[in-house]
Design a protein around this ligand. Sequence first.
Ligand code: SAM
Length: 258
Amino acid sequence: MIEGWVFKKQQFVKPLSHSLKQLVFLKAIICGFKAVFLNSMAYKFVDNYRERGARKKLVEHLKSRGIADQRVLNAIGKVPRHFFFDETFWTQAYKDIAFPIGDGQTISQPYTVAYQSELLHIKKGDKVLEIGTGSGYQTCILMELGADVYTIERQESIYNHTLKVLPGMGYNATFFFGDGSKGIAQHAPYHKIIVTAGAPFVPEILLKQLKIGGILVIPVGNEHSQTMVTVIRVSDTEYEKFELDTFRFVPLVGDQAW
Ligand code: SAM
């Protein structure tokens, strides 16, 4: 039986011209690649009516909670938050909650992401330093607002994961691995700096990395609760500080942190 099958196969292949054989071979490689690569990615990058509908509802919910900047709402309406979740948890993706992403860290609550984004007043082309890349969801929102994002994460496994996921979604930020509590001096100054983890104080070194007119947004407090603080650099030596609402973030860990 087996010999017969081989014979038939040879008979079929033999009459093919050399270039046709090459074409068949190439097609087989492409099909194999599609099967392996797309199969592993497909579920991640499906954005169907159910998810789009849930995203619209989330935008309405954020509006009702007081997020007024239409550009921020548009960005939330555009970035598929379920791409940052395992498929098993897609039903959680458009709830206004933080969610575990592993290693004791979380993807920030949509309201918090929108709130911090609004405070930054991003203009197209702004150079933004994000401290605490995490899942990369906030990074995508900043990029949708037109920012050129430099983002740093201190947990290696999270850094490695997000480094792959974001470019796959078409968001090409500049990624760094390390302690962001000291900022990234070699790329300073920045128009805006956002810290997405709770700090014990405002690190002076971050203030020095702001452009004149630049804005820092950072949650400051203890391990249970932090006040959202914005600092505007008014001149070389002057800063204006504003204290806003209360949130609960995972801790900023590092040299100028916990
Ligand atoms: N905005 C992110 C998102 O949407 O997924 C959530 C970030 S999560 C709340 C805070 C992140 O800050 C964590 O991934 C944590 O590892 C990181 N982090 C904490 N301290 C840091 C530091 N000193 N430098 C860089 N990243 C830090």
